[in-house]
Design a protein. Structure first.
Length: 359
């Protein structure tokens, strides 16, 4: 019966891993008792939102061969660290995911904050770093006004909102204060925000990158073990010109690109419901095909997304069961699942060895 169970499980294709459970090494234990079948499955990405669906599908799959036995399926998640070897990571941070575009105005920051909130909603411990030193926007998107991080034991304590930890230069300066710094100062400021923040046991740290391919991007990718990058673009050809440069930058810096998100993919009139491709169509799919990347999803151009985010309560929090929140949840699961298939980083588990001379 155990072989029959394994054969049945090999027929189940996980929608986010895009592999069967045997190939994905999700199955940790199968036990057949007199009156019960016990399965222990451990996924490498958070599954809170799809746990019941997976249980129901597997139960239906195994019932015909169970011979009346009770089917007990235990599902859980274990998020491991993935990152560059040879680069020291951040304390208490397993994975760093950079969200970039190489271009401004494509909705990258809105996408980053909603992905962070979606991963947290799926059960992961998540942090969000606003790496746009010149134009920090995450404080407003998270509804943090006038609150300063607490400085404790030579570290900044991240500000918590909607279940995630966050840090931004915007928390440290007044909203009207312009940041007129040269490249080296910006790079140093980013490193301080990353390393001097006392993150609390994060599974994922989402980094909202600024436009371009300059000092901040180089500092992040060369001195921090970035686990993967997510590319955000709009469908129009003009946006793709800059986004391609971002793809090339990540490739040259040996940062795996997890996929492409097409934002502002279309607009539906609130009155007549006519759909219009204001920024063109197919740009995200074209870019993904060009670089052999998965198209993670398409986010429409919607007034409500802008309104909720401007009010400091993005769609994933404001309307968790709404259409747009579901899109962000699906994309977040795909990103986490793609990352879980990469090589694991065990460096944090190794003991530190000190060589001392004793007299």
């Amino acid at each position: 019966m155990q072989k029959e169970i394994e054969a049945k499980l090999s027929q189940y294709q996980d929608a986010y891993l895009e592999k069967d459970l045997l190939a994905a090494k999700v199955i940790k234990h199968i036990e057949v008792e007199i009156d019960k079948i016990i399965l222990d499955l451990v996924f490498g990405y958070p599954i809170t939102g799809v746990k019941e669906d997976i249980q129901a599908a597997l139960t239906a799959l195994l019932t015909p061969i169970a011979l009346g036995k009770t089917i007990d399926i235990k599902l859980s998640s274990q998020i491991d660290a993935h990152g560059k070897q040879g680069i020291q990571g951040l304390a208490n941070v397993k994975n760093i995911i950079a969200v970039g575009s190489g271009k401004g105005g494509v909705g990258k920051s809105v996408t980053a904050v909603n992905l962070a909130l979606a991963l947290a909603g799926e059960g992961a411990q998540v942090g969000l770093l606003d790496a746009d030193i010149h134009g920090p926007s995450q404080p407003a998107m998270l509804g943090v006004v006038g609150e300063r991080p607490v400085f404790h034991e030579k570290s900044l304590l991240p500000i918590k909102r909607h279940g995630i930890q966050s840090m931004s230069i915007g928390y440290l300066l007044d909203q009207e204060t312009p940041i007129v710094w040269r490249g080296p100062m910006i790079g140093k400021a980013l490193q301080q925000l990353l390393k001097d923040t006392r993150w609390e046991a994060l599974d994922y740290l989402i980094v909202d990158l600024p436009p371009g391919t300059g000092d901040i991007q180089l500092t992040l990718c060369q001195k921090i073990p970035v686990s993967g990058a997510v590319i955000v673009t709009t469908p129009q050809d003009l946006a793709l010109l800059d986004v391609r440069r971002a793809c090339e930058m990540f490739n040259k810096l040996s940062v795996p690109i997890l996929g492409v998100i097409e934002n502002m993919s279309g607009y539906q009139c609130l009155h007549c419901h006519h759909e219009e491709a204001i920024f063109g169509a197919g740009g995200g799919a074209k870019l993904a095909q060009e670089y052999l990347l998965p198209l993670l999803g398409k986010i429409p151009l919607a007034v409500s997304i802008r309104e909720m985010t401007d009010q400091g309560c993005p769609p994933v929090v404001a309307e968790p069961d709404g259409r747009y929140a579901k899109l962000f949840y699906q994309i977040a699961r795909k990103i986490a699942a793609k990352l879980s298939l990469q090589a694991k980083d065990y460096s944090a588990r190794f003991p530190k060895i000190k060589v001392m001379n004793e007299y």
